[in-house]
Design a protein around this ligand. Structure first.
Ligand SMILES: *Cc1c(COP(=O)(O)O)cnc(C)c1O
Length: 366
């Protein structure tokens, strides 16, 4: 099989999705499955849908178009504010988009009217993480303006925390979101159907809170794919941490001295390295170790986000080589090494043209 490659266990993704969907259902919260870290993979989207997510979200219209072309049933939500230059594509392929700019909402309304459609708008509110969001003081006015447009329908209010500044979802900021929803409803005389409280970083809050208030939806990607919550990167009880793994092939395996020799300056990426493997002296017998090079590097993933198997230590990586101290293990050329990934490594690997994919544990056809 080709290497490097991601091995994606669809049955484990389905299990993770189902476990989260079931737990959140008891809190009155539905799940939108977020596929952006899979480059809009139809198989991943199908696995999430089999697990019970009520819709698919992605930050890129290209991914949503890919999902549509592959026949993934909707509803699809574009979870990043549409580019003005892409509104026609957005209304053509996504039922709903998350929005913060009145000018973009105007353009979406015009584009969907031209197609004889109604496009759903979720207004995103700033709750302190300082990424996307309408300031709370401006929310009612922008909601009114949205309601005044034929062509768009105000379908929900949402927020996103943690991604930019690491601000944690809490009873306090989620109650603020519920209050803002109530304020829009009473000022505009409408009911807001969807209150999308956030992403995987909301899970600790959602499982612990006594009252989720008006929050009835979360947009989950990382927790479904990797089985952990992103604030402290702690594993979530009952979820698979190895639904996705990264497999790479050994291209050199030699016993070498532990320390470099010669005058030293910056390496390929501008860093002055300190040896991370076991420390030793010069090139005497006792200060040597077996080092293996696997054919993977910065062009394939984020090497710093890979966890090697037990007994191996990542010494360093450059564009195309990752050096492992493999201790007493006898790792021969041609052997495969399997790594766990963090979110950044996953995202980079999924979007690298050099990394293949092997989809396992899917439903048997027919
Ligand atoms: C990426 C993203 C999500 C999903 O985040 P995870 O941490 O992967 O669950 C949800 N909402 C928005 C707006 C996003 O950009």
């Amino acid at each position: 099989m080709s290497a490097p490659r991601l091995e994606i266990r669809l049955d484990r993704i389905e299990h993770n999705a189902r476990t989260l969907v079931d737990r959140l259902r008891t809190r009155g919260i539905t799940v939108t499955g977020v596929t952006k870290a899979s480059l809009g993979s139809a198989e991943v989207a199908h696995a999430m849908l089999r697990g019970g997510v009520t819709g698919i979200g992605d930050s890129r219209i290209e991914n949503i178009e890919r999902l549509r072309a592959a026949g993934v049933p909707g509803p699809m939500t574009l979870i990043r504010s549409p580019m003005l230059s892409q509104v026609a594509r957005v209304v053509a392929h996504a039922e709903t988009s998350c929005n913060t700019e009145p000018q973009v909402i105007d353009a979406l309304a015009a584009a969907s009217l031209a197609r004889g459609r109604t496009h759903g708008v979720v207004l995103m509110v700033e709750l302190g993480d300082l990424r996307e969001g309408i300031l709370p003081a401006d929310l009612v006015e922008i909601a009114r303006r949205t309601l005044g447009h034929p062509g768009v329908e105000l379908r929900g209010i949402g927020a996103n925390l943690a991604c930019q500044s690491g601000v944690a979802p809490s009873d306090r900021n989620m109650a603020r979101l519920s209050d803002l929803v109530a304020a829009v409803e009473s000022s505009c005389g409408i009911e807001i159907a969807v209150v999308s409280g956030g992403n995987s970083a909301n899970l600790d809050w959602a499982f612990a809170t006594a009252d989720a208030g008006r929050i009835d939806n979360l947009r989950l990607g990382e927790s479904i794919l990797l089985g952990c919550e992103p604030l402290r990167r702690t594993p979530i009880d009952g979820l698979h941490l190895d639904a996705v793994t990264f497999v790479a092939e050994v291209i050199e395996s030699k016993v070498k001295p532990l320390r470099p020799w010669g005058e030293r300056h910056e390496n390929a990426f501008g860093a002055r390295t300190v040896e991370r493997g076991r420390v030793g002296g010069e090139s005497t017998g006792s200060s040597r170790a077996r080092r293996a090079i696997v054919a993977l590097g910065e062009q394939d993933t984020d090497p710093a986000g890979l966890s090697p198997p037990a007994g191996m230590v990542v010494v360093g990586a450059s564009s195309d080589h990752l050096v492992l101290d493999v201790g007493p293990l006898d790792l021969a050329v041609g052997h495969e090494v399997r790594f766990g990934l963090d979110y950044r490594a996953l995202l980079r690997a999924m979007t690298s043209p050099f990394v293949g994919r092997s989809l396992l544990g899917g439903p048997t056809p027919g």
